[in-house]
Design a binder for this molecule. Structure first.
Ligand SMILES: C[S@@+](CC[C@H](N)C(=O)[O-])C[C@H]1O[C@@H](n2cnc3c(N)ncnc32)[C@H](O)[C@@H]1O
Length: 313
Protein backbone atom coordinates (compact mmCIF):
# COMPACT_ATOMS: atom_id res chain seq x y z
CA UNK A 1 0.00 0.00 0.00
CA UNK A 2 1.33 3.39 -0.98
CA UNK A 3 2.44 5.61 1.91
CA UNK A 4 0.50 8.53 0.35
CA UNK A 5 -2.73 6.80 1.27
CA UNK A 6 -2.09 6.92 5.02
CA UNK A 7 -3.34 10.49 5.53
CA UNK A 8 -6.61 9.69 3.72
CA UNK A 9 -7.60 6.61 5.70
CA UNK A 10 -9.91 6.37 8.71
CA UNK A 11 -11.44 3.49 10.66
CA UNK A 12 -14.49 2.23 8.71
CA UNK A 13 -15.89 0.49 11.83
CA UNK A 14 -16.06 3.79 13.79
CA UNK A 15 -18.09 5.70 11.20
CA UNK A 16 -19.69 8.23 11.39
CA UNK A 17 -16.78 9.21 13.64
CA UNK A 18 -13.69 9.67 11.48
CA UNK A 19 -10.80 8.22 13.45
CA UNK A 20 -7.31 8.37 11.94
CA UNK A 21 -5.58 4.98 11.81
CA UNK A 22 -2.13 4.46 13.31
CA UNK A 23 0.26 2.49 11.16
CA UNK A 24 2.79 -0.13 12.15
CA UNK A 25 5.17 -0.83 9.31
CA UNK A 26 7.08 -4.12 9.31
CA UNK A 27 8.31 -4.11 5.72
CA UNK A 28 8.49 -1.29 3.20
CA UNK A 29 9.71 -1.37 -0.38
CA UNK A 30 10.05 1.63 -2.71
CA UNK A 31 7.48 3.73 -0.81
CA UNK A 32 4.97 0.86 -0.54
CA UNK A 33 4.07 -0.76 2.78
CA UNK A 34 4.37 -4.48 2.09
CA UNK A 35 3.69 -5.85 5.59
CA UNK A 36 2.19 -4.10 8.61
CA UNK A 37 -1.08 -3.05 10.12
CA UNK A 38 -3.37 -0.09 10.61
CA UNK A 39 -4.81 0.17 14.11
CA UNK A 40 -7.76 2.25 15.30
CA UNK A 41 -6.97 4.00 18.60
CA UNK A 42 -10.70 4.22 19.39
CA UNK A 43 -12.15 0.74 18.73
CA UNK A 44 -8.74 -1.03 18.85
CA UNK A 45 -9.55 -2.86 15.65
CA UNK A 46 -6.54 -3.83 13.57
CA UNK A 47 -6.53 -3.90 9.76
CA UNK A 48 -3.75 -5.99 8.23
CA UNK A 49 -1.51 -4.99 5.36
CA UNK A 50 -0.20 -8.20 3.81
CA UNK A 51 1.76 -8.58 0.56
CA UNK A 52 1.17 -4.89 -0.08
CA UNK A 53 -2.63 -5.05 0.23
CA UNK A 54 -4.53 -3.30 3.03
CA UNK A 55 -7.68 -5.08 4.19
CA UNK A 56 -10.00 -2.36 5.49
CA UNK A 57 -13.27 -4.28 5.33
CA UNK A 58 -14.77 -4.08 8.83
CA UNK A 59 -16.90 -7.14 7.97
CA UNK A 60 -19.44 -7.90 10.61
CA UNK A 61 -19.99 -4.24 11.55
CA UNK A 62 -21.94 -3.66 8.35
CA UNK A 63 -23.70 -7.02 8.20
CA UNK A 64 -21.70 -7.75 5.06
CA UNK A 65 -19.71 -10.56 6.59
CA UNK A 66 -18.58 -12.42 3.52
CA UNK A 67 -20.90 -15.34 3.08
CA UNK A 68 -19.88 -17.53 0.12
CA UNK A 69 -18.88 -14.71 -2.22
CA UNK A 70 -19.24 -15.65 -5.88
CA UNK A 71 -16.69 -12.95 -6.70
CA UNK A 72 -13.98 -15.10 -5.10
CA UNK A 73 -14.29 -18.06 -7.51
CA UNK A 74 -11.88 -18.89 -10.36
CA UNK A 75 -14.54 -18.95 -13.14
CA UNK A 76 -15.91 -15.54 -12.09
CA UNK A 77 -12.38 -14.14 -11.86
CA UNK A 78 -11.73 -15.30 -15.44
CA UNK A 79 -15.05 -13.79 -16.59
CA UNK A 80 -14.22 -10.41 -15.04
CA UNK A 81 -10.64 -10.36 -16.37
CA UNK A 82 -12.07 -10.94 -19.84
CA UNK A 83 -14.80 -8.35 -19.31
CA UNK A 84 -12.30 -5.71 -18.12
CA UNK A 85 -9.42 -6.31 -20.51
CA UNK A 86 -10.61 -8.17 -23.65
CA UNK A 87 -10.39 -4.96 -25.72
CA UNK A 88 -6.76 -4.54 -24.58
CA UNK A 89 -5.75 -8.05 -25.72
CA UNK A 90 -7.85 -7.45 -28.83
CA UNK A 91 -10.47 -10.14 -28.53
CA UNK A 92 -12.93 -9.54 -31.39
CA UNK A 93 -15.91 -10.09 -29.06
CA UNK A 94 -14.81 -7.42 -26.53
CA UNK A 95 -17.14 -4.57 -25.59
CA UNK A 96 -16.08 -0.92 -25.44
CA UNK A 97 -17.87 -0.39 -22.11
CA UNK A 98 -14.89 0.62 -19.98
CA UNK A 99 -13.56 3.04 -22.61
CA UNK A 100 -17.00 4.67 -22.71
CA UNK A 101 -17.22 4.95 -18.93
CA UNK A 102 -13.67 6.34 -18.72
CA UNK A 103 -14.46 8.88 -21.47
CA UNK A 104 -17.23 10.26 -19.28
CA UNK A 105 -14.69 11.35 -16.64
CA UNK A 106 -12.80 14.63 -16.90
CA UNK A 107 -9.19 14.81 -15.70
CA UNK A 108 -8.82 16.27 -12.21
CA UNK A 109 -6.17 16.72 -9.52
CA UNK A 110 -6.39 14.59 -6.38
CA UNK A 111 -8.04 11.29 -5.59
CA UNK A 112 -10.40 9.14 -7.67
CA UNK A 113 -12.27 6.29 -5.96
CA UNK A 114 -13.57 3.32 -7.95
CA UNK A 115 -15.99 1.47 -5.64
CA UNK A 116 -16.52 -2.21 -6.43
CA UNK A 117 -13.46 -1.99 -8.67
CA UNK A 118 -13.27 -5.78 -9.27
CA UNK A 119 -10.08 -6.50 -11.27
CA UNK A 120 -9.29 -2.85 -11.76
CA UNK A 121 -9.94 -1.77 -15.33
CA UNK A 122 -11.68 1.51 -14.55
CA UNK A 123 -9.16 2.28 -11.79
CA UNK A 124 -6.25 1.88 -14.23
CA UNK A 125 -8.05 4.04 -16.80
CA UNK A 126 -8.40 6.78 -14.14
CA UNK A 127 -4.62 6.71 -13.50
CA UNK A 128 -4.12 8.95 -16.54
CA UNK A 129 -6.74 11.44 -15.32
CA UNK A 130 -5.89 12.10 -11.66
CA UNK A 131 -3.08 12.00 -9.08
CA UNK A 132 -4.14 8.76 -7.39
CA UNK A 133 -6.87 6.27 -8.36
CA UNK A 134 -7.94 3.83 -5.65
CA UNK A 135 -9.94 0.72 -6.50
CA UNK A 136 -11.88 -0.64 -3.50
CA UNK A 137 -13.66 -3.99 -3.49
CA UNK A 138 -14.63 -6.54 -0.84
CA UNK A 139 -13.49 -9.50 -2.96
CA UNK A 140 -9.97 -10.42 -1.88
CA UNK A 141 -9.47 -12.51 -5.01
CA UNK A 142 -10.31 -9.56 -7.27
CA UNK A 143 -8.18 -7.08 -5.30
CA UNK A 144 -5.21 -9.46 -5.17
CA UNK A 145 -5.41 -9.94 -8.95
CA UNK A 146 -5.73 -6.20 -9.60
CA UNK A 147 -2.81 -5.53 -7.27
CA UNK A 148 -0.67 -8.18 -9.02
CA UNK A 149 -1.46 -6.47 -12.32
CA UNK A 150 -0.45 -3.11 -10.83
CA UNK A 151 2.91 -4.57 -9.76
CA UNK A 152 3.77 -6.90 -12.66
CA UNK A 153 1.74 -5.24 -15.43
CA UNK A 154 1.03 -8.53 -17.16
CA UNK A 155 -1.01 -11.63 -16.52
CA UNK A 156 -2.01 -14.82 -18.29
CA UNK A 157 -5.77 -15.28 -18.15
CA UNK A 158 -7.27 -18.79 -18.36
CA UNK A 159 -10.40 -18.71 -20.54
CA UNK A 160 -12.90 -21.54 -20.73
CA UNK A 161 -13.54 -22.66 -24.29
CA UNK A 162 -16.07 -25.40 -23.49
CA UNK A 163 -16.34 -27.95 -20.67
CA UNK A 164 -12.82 -28.79 -19.52
CA UNK A 165 -11.12 -27.21 -22.53
CA UNK A 166 -9.31 -23.96 -21.74
CA UNK A 167 -7.24 -21.47 -23.66
CA UNK A 168 -5.19 -18.51 -22.43
CA UNK A 169 -5.03 -14.82 -23.15
CA UNK A 170 -1.92 -12.75 -22.47
CA UNK A 171 -2.62 -9.32 -21.07
CA UNK A 172 -0.01 -6.57 -20.88
CA UNK A 173 -1.16 -3.23 -19.49
CA UNK A 174 -0.90 -0.24 -21.86
CA UNK A 175 2.16 1.87 -20.92
CA UNK A 176 0.09 4.99 -20.27
CA UNK A 177 -1.70 3.36 -17.31
CA UNK A 178 0.53 4.47 -14.49
CA UNK A 179 0.99 1.95 -11.64
CA UNK A 180 2.51 4.70 -9.45
CA UNK A 181 -0.89 6.44 -9.49
CA UNK A 182 -2.97 3.35 -8.72
CA UNK A 183 -3.81 1.52 -5.51
CA UNK A 184 -6.15 -1.34 -4.65
CA UNK A 185 -7.63 -1.98 -1.21
CA UNK A 186 -10.11 -4.42 0.27
CA UNK A 187 -13.01 -2.31 1.55
CA UNK A 188 -16.76 -2.22 1.91
CA UNK A 189 -18.66 0.24 -0.29
CA UNK A 190 -21.06 0.77 2.64
CA UNK A 191 -18.33 1.77 5.11
CA UNK A 192 -15.49 3.31 3.13
CA UNK A 193 -12.19 3.87 4.97
CA UNK A 194 -11.76 7.40 3.57
CA UNK A 195 -12.04 10.82 5.18
CA UNK A 196 -15.02 12.99 4.30
CA UNK A 197 -14.41 15.09 1.19
CA UNK A 198 -11.24 13.24 0.19
CA UNK A 199 -12.21 12.27 -3.37
CA UNK A 200 -12.50 14.55 -6.40
CA UNK A 201 -14.22 11.78 -8.34
CA UNK A 202 -16.13 8.66 -7.46
CA UNK A 203 -17.32 5.82 -9.69
CA UNK A 204 -19.86 3.15 -8.82
CA UNK A 205 -20.10 0.82 -11.79
CA UNK A 206 -22.51 -2.11 -11.69
CA UNK A 207 -22.41 -2.15 -7.92
CA UNK A 208 -25.50 -0.50 -6.45
CA UNK A 209 -27.80 -3.49 -7.13
CA UNK A 210 -25.25 -5.81 -5.49
CA UNK A 211 -24.99 -4.21 -2.04
CA UNK A 212 -27.33 -4.80 0.92
CA UNK A 213 -27.81 -1.04 1.43
CA UNK A 214 -28.01 0.85 -1.90
CA UNK A 215 -28.94 4.17 -0.26
CA UNK A 216 -26.18 3.69 2.33
CA UNK A 217 -23.73 3.25 -0.56
CA UNK A 218 -24.87 6.54 -2.12
CA UNK A 219 -24.53 8.25 1.27
CA UNK A 220 -20.99 6.89 1.62
CA UNK A 221 -20.19 8.17 -1.88
CA UNK A 222 -21.57 11.55 -0.87
CA UNK A 223 -19.56 11.64 2.37
CA UNK A 224 -16.18 10.83 0.83
CA UNK A 225 -16.66 13.05 -2.24
CA UNK A 226 -15.75 16.74 -2.18
CA UNK A 227 -18.52 19.31 -1.70
CA UNK A 228 -17.32 21.25 -4.77
CA UNK A 229 -15.27 20.40 -7.87
CA UNK A 230 -16.41 16.79 -7.73
CA UNK A 231 -17.58 14.25 -10.28
CA UNK A 232 -19.73 11.17 -9.76
CA UNK A 233 -20.39 8.40 -12.28
CA UNK A 234 -22.92 5.69 -11.51
CA UNK A 235 -23.83 2.97 -13.98
CA UNK A 236 -25.96 -0.08 -13.31
CA UNK A 237 -28.36 -2.57 -14.89
CA UNK A 238 -30.62 -2.28 -11.81
CA UNK A 239 -31.00 -6.04 -11.47
CA UNK A 240 -32.58 -5.67 -8.03
CA UNK A 241 -32.67 -9.00 -6.18
CA UNK A 242 -33.49 -10.18 -2.68
CA UNK A 243 -30.24 -12.15 -2.85
CA UNK A 244 -28.34 -8.85 -2.62
CA UNK A 245 -30.73 -6.58 -0.70
CA UNK A 246 -34.10 -6.78 1.00
CA UNK A 247 -36.83 -5.32 -1.21
CA UNK A 248 -37.33 -2.49 1.31
CA UNK A 249 -33.78 -1.31 0.45
CA UNK A 250 -34.17 -1.20 -3.35
CA UNK A 251 -34.01 2.23 -4.94
CA UNK A 252 -36.31 1.25 -7.81
CA UNK A 253 -38.14 -1.59 -9.48
CA UNK A 254 -41.21 -1.26 -7.30
CA UNK A 255 -44.74 -0.11 -8.03
CA UNK A 256 -45.22 1.80 -4.80
CA UNK A 257 -43.31 3.20 -1.83
CA UNK A 258 -40.71 6.00 -1.67
CA UNK A 259 -38.64 4.47 -4.48
CA UNK A 260 -41.42 3.39 -6.82
CA UNK A 261 -40.45 3.42 -10.49
CA UNK A 262 -37.08 3.08 -12.19
CA UNK A 263 -33.76 3.04 -10.32
CA UNK A 264 -31.95 5.53 -12.56
CA UNK A 265 -34.73 8.13 -12.30
CA UNK A 266 -34.86 7.76 -8.51
CA UNK A 267 -31.08 8.13 -8.18
CA UNK A 268 -31.11 11.21 -10.45
CA UNK A 269 -33.74 12.72 -8.18
CA UNK A 270 -31.75 11.88 -5.00
CA UNK A 271 -28.63 13.47 -6.52
CA UNK A 272 -30.59 16.56 -7.53
CA UNK A 273 -31.47 17.19 -3.88
CA UNK A 274 -34.89 15.55 -3.46
CA UNK A 275 -35.32 14.06 0.00
CA UNK A 276 -32.18 15.99 1.13
CA UNK A 277 -30.24 12.74 1.47
CA UNK A 278 -27.15 13.70 -0.61
CA UNK A 279 -26.23 17.34 0.13
CA UNK A 280 -24.85 19.52 -1.33
CA UNK A 281 -26.92 18.76 -4.39
CA UNK A 282 -25.45 17.44 -7.64
CA UNK A 283 -26.02 18.74 -11.18
CA UNK A 284 -26.68 16.01 -13.74
CA UNK A 285 -24.31 16.42 -16.72
CA UNK A 286 -25.42 13.41 -18.76
CA UNK A 287 -27.17 10.09 -18.66
CA UNK A 288 -27.41 7.20 -21.08
CA UNK A 289 -26.55 3.55 -21.48
CA UNK A 290 -23.47 1.43 -22.03
CA UNK A 291 -23.61 -2.15 -23.30
CA UNK A 292 -21.38 -4.22 -21.05
CA UNK A 293 -20.39 -7.84 -21.74
CA UNK A 294 -19.28 -10.69 -19.49
CA UNK A 295 -17.91 -13.96 -20.92
CA UNK A 296 -18.64 -17.38 -19.41
CA UNK A 297 -17.18 -19.58 -22.17
CA UNK A 298 -16.46 -19.38 -25.90
CA UNK A 299 -20.15 -19.60 -26.81
CA UNK A 300 -21.74 -17.91 -23.83
CA UNK A 301 -21.77 -14.21 -23.02
CA UNK A 302 -23.98 -12.01 -20.88
CA UNK A 303 -24.91 -8.72 -22.54
CA UNK A 304 -25.96 -6.11 -20.00
CA UNK A 305 -27.49 -2.68 -20.57
CA UNK A 306 -25.87 -0.59 -17.86
CA UNK A 307 -27.69 2.73 -17.44
CA UNK A 308 -25.49 5.61 -16.32
CA UNK A 309 -25.77 9.04 -14.79
CA UNK A 310 -22.85 11.45 -14.65
CA UNK A 311 -23.10 14.25 -12.10
CA UNK A 312 -20.99 17.19 -10.90
CA UNK A 313 -21.04 19.65 -8.06
C1 LIG B 1 -21.08 -6.66 -10.88
S1 LIG B 1 -19.45 -6.46 -10.28
C2 LIG B 1 -18.96 -4.94 -11.07
C3 LIG B 1 -17.47 -4.72 -11.05
C4 LIG B 1 -16.95 -3.46 -11.72
N1 LIG B 1 -17.34 -2.25 -11.05
C5 LIG B 1 -17.37 -3.44 -13.15
O1 LIG B 1 -18.28 -2.67 -13.49
O2 LIG B 1 -16.82 -4.19 -13.94
C6 LIG B 1 -19.73 -5.99 -8.61
C7 LIG B 1 -18.45 -5.78 -7.82
O3 LIG B 1 -18.76 -5.22 -6.57
C8 LIG B 1 -18.05 -5.90 -5.56
N2 LIG B 1 -18.84 -5.75 -4.33
C9 LIG B 1 -20.03 -6.31 -4.01
N3 LIG B 1 -20.44 -5.86 -2.81
C10 LIG B 1 -19.50 -4.99 -2.37
C11 LIG B 1 -19.35 -4.20 -1.20
N4 LIG B 1 -20.26 -4.20 -0.22
N5 LIG B 1 -18.24 -3.44 -1.09
C12 LIG B 1 -17.29 -3.43 -2.05
N6 LIG B 1 -17.38 -4.15 -3.18
C13 LIG B 1 -18.47 -4.92 -3.34
C14 LIG B 1 -17.91 -7.33 -6.06
O4 LIG B 1 -16.85 -8.01 -5.44
C15 LIG B 1 -17.69 -7.07 -7.54
O5 LIG B 1 -16.34 -6.83 -7.82
Amino acid sequence: MKLDLLTLLICPACLPAEVQLKETIREISQGDIEEGELRCPRCRRSYPIAEGIADLDPGETTGNDRPANKYESAPVLSSYLWSHYADIFQDAAASDAYRRWADLMEPHPGLAIDAGAAVGRFTFAMSVKCDLAVGADNSRTFIRTASDLMKHREITIPLKVEGNIFTEASLRLPPEWDSSRVEFIVADALALPFRAGSAASFASLNLIDKVPGPLGHLEEMNRVTRATDAQFLLSDPFSWSEEAAAETQWLGGMTDGPFAGRGLANIVSLLAGDAHRLPPRWRISSSGEVWWKIRTHANHFELIRSCYVKARR
